[in-house]
Every structure is written in structure tokens, then in C-alpha cells.
Write a protein that binds this ligand. Structure first.
Ligand code: HMG
Length: 383
């Protein structure tokens, strides 16, 4: 029985910053952000939108009444949690109108959380093939104004529906996971922004890809030639390319060119959104499938997930016949094209204007799911 990804969708908030303008404002050569980091735009969220509303807006695009009834597990992967105790998945379970007999929980391990959710979903579906599992990766990636990580911020969510006999990507049991206790990026409880050692994080990412790939090659006797495309966790679009290039030196030119071309297709959306943390790898997968005209049913795709701290996993899937009919290219392009560009002054104002949950107040936002009221330390959402 095949198990894997049946539906995929993303949401990004309605504002963005132009990276050349941000570079000018920070006194940096724009090519550092545009070429060196590889970002053209960066998503920014207003205070009326948070990880719950990003997630609900992403998930509503793939839910039908039939799917809502079949989902018996909702898992949220996030490192921007709103509560130390209650899982955002429980709030989303109600907002999305899911069946009451559903398991709902949140997973944290930096940008790796949603991948752990996917592996749990795959095991659950093997035992309960009649059910559906909704995994949502949702984050608000914030490093602070004028910080080193500022050009690698972003915001939004990816919703992933998993089922037996999936219509987009069947996942295989070929996976390699690597855990290393290091401090490249971490956020002590109560800290607004992460601590980050940029060079160490870049190096650990590259090393983790090398180690998981080498072990994968050994365990499963496969090579790069077996793959039509590889997707990477994309904290900024240059990162995955650096890891890939480091491994392509001994690979034949046709294979290397093919993987590099597919990589460019996988970063089309990330260039315009920035880092989604848990969602970045899956935004890359959506981008690849919606941009590439070279892929076909049966093609093998490798996915490299990396969460600082660190846990990495390389796993694989193959495309299902007719997968292209289940993509949402038009609505995704339209969502991005309709966003409003902020001046750097407006971005800085929006960034500092955070939600104060200690004051009771009503809020207005035209998004279908957004914060409508804060009362007694509880966020209430418009449905
Ligand atoms: P930095 O010090 O601002 O930049 O840090 P840099 O000096 O390293 O330059 C970046 C690149 O721009 C370099 O290219 C420069 O040569 C190039 P590279 O050598 O790396 O290929 N450059 C230029 N190119 C063209 N024209 C120019 C120019 N000037 C410079 N004029 C850094 C950059 C990404 C480290 C910083 O923004 C940061 O700390 N970001 C946050 C951490 C991060 O994203 N790490 C990535 C790996 S860790 C990860 O993926 C996990 C994560 O998602 C979190 C999680 O798991 O939860 C972050």
C-alpha cells in the first residue's frame, strides 16, 4: 500500500519587504541579499495574524467536508509556539471543523518539527489506511531589526494532507535521520528572538546533508543519478545550493545539471517569502512541483530536512500519475502577487507593533482567519 502526500498548500501573510530596499536601508550592497543570500522579497505578518491563522489559511485550501470527516490526527510543527502548554493544533482542530475523535498535538524541534509529524503520520496511516492526517508547518521567523539574521526572516505556513493511495507523492521507507547536540541556533524560553551562530549553522547544515546522504547511499545502494530532483530546507535560497554543490563534485555533468536546475525551480516561492522555518522544505517541494515542466509520474524526489540544534533527515518519495492536477499553482501565485509591498519605515513599524495579550481589545483584519479579539489572555479568532 502506498502512503504519502495527497494535498499540499501554503499561506503567506499579505505584506512583504523588497530585499534591495532593505539592503539600502541597512547600508549593505543589495547584491549581498539578492545574490549572496538569494532573497528578493521577505514576508511580514501584521499583529492580527499568528501561527494559528497562517495554519488555518493554508489548510482551508485543501479541506473538503469529506476530508474533514476522515482526518483523525492533526499535527502542528512549529518553533513559534504561542503557549507553553496548550497546543495550537487543538485550536486549529476547532477552527477547521475537524471530527471530535481526532488526536491533536504540536511538535517542536526547530525547522525539523513538521518532518517528525510526517513520519508519525506515515506510521499511523500504515495501521489505519482509511484515515487522513493533517500536518501543518507554521512559523513566524523573526531575528530582530538590524540583526545579522534579519534578511533571512519570513512568515507563513504549509498544510500537508497525508493519506493512503496519495495523489501527489508516495513516501518510501528509505530514510536516514541524524541527531547532534550543538548550539547553532536556539531560543531560550521567554526570549523573543533566537540566539544564532550563523557560520556554525551554515556549516552544520552542510555537514548534516553530507552525513545523511553518505549514510543513505550506503544503506540503500542508491546514487544521485536515481533522483529527478532534490528539495532542501531553505532558510535562505543560497543555503541548499551550497550543500548540494559541496556533494556534486564527483557526479556526472548531466546529473549535476539536472539537480541544479530542479533546485532553482524549488526556490521560486522561497525567494519571495523567506524562511518559513518548519514549512521551508515543503514550500520548496510545492515550488518544485508547481514550477517544473520536466518532472513526470514515477520520478524519485529526495527531501532534506534540517532543524538547528540539530536533527536532520533525508527521505524520499516518488511522484504519482496525475499529480499535477492536484496542485494549486494559480491560487498560490495569486496570493503572492496580491501582497502589498511595505516601505522600510512601515515594515519597522509593523515589526515593532506586536500583539499585547495582557490588554482586552477587538481587532480587525480582512483575512478569513485572523485574530478578532484578545480577552483574558486568550486569542479569539475570526472564522
Ligand atoms: P552574514 O554574515 O550577514 O553574511 O551572514 P556573509 O558575510 O556570510 O555573506 C553571505 C553571502 O553573501 C556570502 O556568500 C557572501 O560571499 C555573499 P557565500 O560565501 O556564503 O556563498 N556576499 C555577496 N554576494 C554578492 N554580492 C555582494 C556580496 N556580499 C556578500 N556584494 C547568515 C549570513 C545567513 C549567516 C545570517 O543571515 C544568519 O545568521 N541567518 C540566520 C541563520 C541561518 O539562516 N542559518 C542557515 C543554516 S541553519 C538552518 O537552516 C536552520 C534555521 O532555519 C533555524 C531552524 O532550524 O529552526 C535557521
Amino acid at each position: 500500500m502506498l502512503v504519502g502526500i495527497d494535498q499540499l498548500s501554503f499561506y503567506a501573510p499579505p505584506f512583504y519587504v523588497d530585499m534591495a530596499e532593505l539592503a539600502d536601508a541597512r547600508g549593505v550592497d543589495p547584491n549581498k541579499y539578492l545574490i549572496g543570500i538569494g532573497q528578493t522579497q521577505m514576508s511580514v505578518a501584521p499583529k492580527t495574524q499568528d501561527i494559528v491563522t497562517f495554519a488555518a489559511n493554508a489548510a482551508k485550501q485543501i479541506l473538503t467536508p469529506e476530508i474533514q470527516k476522515k482526518i483523525d490526527m492533526i499535527i502542528v510543527g512549529t518553533e513559534s509556539s504561542l503557549d507553553e502548554s496548550k497546543a495550537s493544533a487543538v485550536v486549529l482542530h476547532r477552527l477547521l471543523g475537524l471530527n471530535p475523535f481526532t488526536r491533536a498535538f504540536e511538535i517542536k524541534q526547530a525547522c525539523y518539527g513538521a518532518t517528525a509529524g510526517i513520519q508519525i503520520a506515515v506510521n499511523h496511516l500504515a495501521a489505519h489506511p482509511e484515515s487522513n492526517v493533517l500536518v501543518i508547518a507554521t512559523d513566524n521567523a523573526r531575528y530582530g531589526l538590524n540583526s545579522g539574521g534579519e534578511p533571512t526572516q519570513g512568515a507563513g505556513a504549509v498544510a500537508i494532507l497525508l493519506s493512503a493511495n496519495p495523489r501527489i507523492l508516495a513516501l518510501t521507507d528509505e530514510t536516514v535521520t541524524l541527531t547532534q547536540d550543538i548550539y547553532d541556533f536556539w531560543r531560550p524560553t521567554g526570549n523573543l528572538y533566537p540566539e544564532v551562530d550563523g557560520p556554525l549553522s551554515n556549516q552544520t547544515y552542510i555537514d548534516s546533508f553530507q552525513k545523511t546522504w553518505d549514510e543513505y547511499e550506503k544503506r540503500y545502494t542508491k546514487t544521485f543519478t536515481d533522483f529527478a530532483a532534490l528539495c532542501f530546507h531553505v532558510p535562505y535560497t543560497k543555503m541548499g545550493k551550497k550543500a548540494l554543490l559541496a556533494k556534486l563534485a564527483d557526479v556526472d555533468a548531466d546529473t549535476a545539471n539536472r539537480l541544479l536546475q530542479r533546485y532553482e525551480e524549488s526556490i521560486h516561492y522561497s525567494k519571495r517569502i523567506g524562511n518559513l522555518y518548519t514549512g521551508s522544505l515543503y514550500l520548496g517541494l510545492i515550488s518544485l512541483l508547481e514550477t517544473s515542466v520536466s518532472l513526470k509520474a514515477g520520478d524519485k524526489i529526495g527531501l532534506f530536512s534540517y532543524g538547528s540544534g540539530s536533527v536532520a533527515e533525508f527521505f524520499t518519495g516518488h511522484l504519482i500519475e496525475g499529480y499535477e492536477k492536484h496542485l494549486k499553482k494559480e491560487s498560490h501565485e495569486s496570493l503572492l502577487n496580491k501582497r502589498k509591498k511595505l516601505s522600510i519605515t512601515d515594515y519597522e513599524h509593523l515589526f515593532n507593533d506586536t500583539l499585547d495579550i495582557s490588554h482586552n481589545r477587538f481587532y480587525q483584519d480582512s483575512q478569513i482567519f485572523s485574530i478578532s479579539e484578545v480577552k483574558d489572555l486568550i486569542r479569539h479568532y475570526k472564522q
